[in-house]
Design a protein around this ligand. Structure first.
Ligand code: FNR
Length: 190
């Protein structure tokens, strides 16, 4: 069975990006994938520095996140736009998981994986500028980022208190991204 890891670039409890990625995850599940949703802020990952790594080696939280990436076929990522790019929380996690330990191949967490990317913002443009930086980052790490992407604008008004998407068109678009990641992962496995 295809395994997909879903996460958002926001550590906010009520994050709209977490809601967005959960809707995409539903689409992946409907396409037969197993989806694991994780919250980046739950991993113990200090700000990465090479001195810290040289002194103490791979941090346990970074290793835990990296192993999760390695054990999944694809990713669903929804990112807030912070000053036109991704959050420090997100980039820090990506950097930790890019570090090689022992016999691991370089960038093993990312190479050959498939990703669907989304952004959400209370603003009208939905954080569409972060999709450019997010796509470039993930592709440079060796992940195949699917062409279809979605920036969800005015996002605070599109979810109810349970996190359900109340806008049919948005729900359909997000679920389609989840489905496409699941189907592409399956094709690569066949
Ligand atoms: C923002 N926000 C924001 N929004 C946007 O559309 N474009 C931007 O460039 C920025 N920049 C920005 C910088 C910083 C430091 C913060 C904290 C916020 C607003 C942002 O979209 C909003 O806080 C979202 O709610 C964040 O997503 P979550 O946490 O709800 O997933």
């Amino acid at each position: 069975m295809v395994k997909i890891l879903a996460f958002a670039g926001s550590g906010r409890k009520d994050s709209v990006n977490k809601k967005v990625v959960q809707v995409a995850a539903q689409g992946a599940k409907e396409a037969g994938a197993e989806v694991t949703f994780v919250e980046l802020e739950s991993f113990d990952m200090p700000i990465f520095t090479e001195d810290l790594e040289a002194e103490k080696g791979m941090h346990a939280g970074g290793q835990q996140f990296k192993e999760l990436l390695m054990s999944h076929d694809g990713f669903l990522i929804a990112s807030p736009e912070y000053n036109s790019s991704y959050s420090a929380l997100f980039k820090n996690a990506i950097d930790w998981a890019s570090r090689k330990v022992g016999d691991e191949k370089p960038l093993q967490a990312y190479k050959g994986k498939v990703a669907g990317i989304m952004a959400a913002s209370p603003g009208a443009l939905g954080g569409m500028r972060v999709l450019v930086t997010l796509r470039m980052l993930m592709e440079n790490l060796g992940t195949l980022v699917l062409p279809t992407q979605k920036a969800v604008g005015n996002a605070f008004s599109l979810f109810d208190e349970q996190g359900n998407c109340t806008d049919e068109k948005t729900e359909k678009a997000l679920k389609a991204i989840g489905r496409q990641v699941a189907e592409t992962c399956q094709k690569l496995k066949d």
